[in-house]
Write a protein that binds this ligand. Structure first.
Ligand SMILES: Nc1ncnc2c1ncn2[C@@H]1O[C@H](COP(=O)(O)OS(=O)(=O)O)[C@@H](OP(=O)(O)O)[C@H]1O
Ligand SMILES: Nc1ncnc2c1ncn2[C@@H]1O[C@H](COP(=O)(O)OP(=O)(O)O)[C@@H](O)[C@H]1O
Length: 200
């Protein structure tokens, strides 16, 4: 409820923070099936950006669900709420001048678009980690697909819950054909081309 609650404008703005950091802040939103490589890729991009002097943070579904979203499960309703909270947290980090790498299955287009719409125009960039279900299932790093197939996990994305592919993602990474290093390069080059990071 925002009734009876008033917005305060602060003297120090995002602009001040970006100027001091010497780079822009924005959100790269990694979406894809479990096992498609979101976390591995977001972590590798974070390392690259951090080492080149950027303020950057990864928000990862598995980790956020241990704290901020520990009350949520995997029904469509809980996933909507997960996206809403993470979208708001991403917005705060962007306001603080930090580059956010959000790695969430985020299976519903509408939820991803809602996050985009809550951020200032041009701040949300969808990265589709495109990987066939068969490959994700073959990787199965956490044994989740095997358990979902046995019926031990309900509402499992790709098996018993939907994944809605992005229609016009900002960046597509084929994580079953590239190496992680090559994927990082593609992303960094795209960020430079979009003038989100400097062409160093
Ligand atoms: N039912 C079901 N469906 C999908 N994923 C499941 C499920 N149960 C547990 N897990 C584990 O939770 C991670 C996904 O959490 P997210 O917060 O990214 O999911 S969502 O965006 O709210 O859909 C996901 O992490 P990743 O494998 O990194 O994608 C899984 O480890
Ligand atoms: N090119 C690649 N890109 C990303 N992950 C890869 C790639 N090749 C193999 N993998 C492996 O696939 C698995 C993906 O797991 P993870 O990064 O946790 O995905 P997600 O976060 O989407 O569940 C990891 O074990 C990773 O080492």
């Amino acid at each position: 409820m925002t009734q009876d609650v008033y917005w305060h404008d602060n003297y120090i703005t995002r602009q001040h923070r970006q100027e001091r950091n010497n780079h822009k802040s924005f959100v790269l939103w990694f979406t894809g099936l479990s096992g498609s490589g979101k976390s591995s890729l977001a972590n590798a991009v974070e390392k690259h950006l951090f080492e080149s002097g950027h303020n950057v943070i990864v928000l990862d579904g598995d980790n956020v669900r241990h704290g901020l979203c520990s009350d949520l499960h995997f029904s469509a309703e809980d996933r909507h709420e997960n996206m809403r909270r993470v979208g708001e947290v991403s917005k705060l980090f962007v306001e603080a001048g930090t580059i956010v790498l959000a790695a969430f299955v985020s299976p519903y287009r509408e939820d991803r678009e809602r996050v985009r719409s809550r951020l200032p125009h041009g701040d949300f960039h969808e990265v589709y980690c495109k990987c066939d279900l068969e490959v994700c299932e073959e990787r199965d790093p956490k044994d989740l697909y095997a358990r979902a197939r046995k019926g031990e996990i309900e509402n499992f994305t790709g098996i018993s819950a939907p994944y809605e592919e992005p229609i016009k993602p900002d960046i597509v990474i084929n994580t079953s054909t590239l190496t992680i290093e090559a994927e990082v390069n593609v992303i960094i080059e795209r960020l430079k081309a979009k003038r989100l990071i400097a062409n160093q």
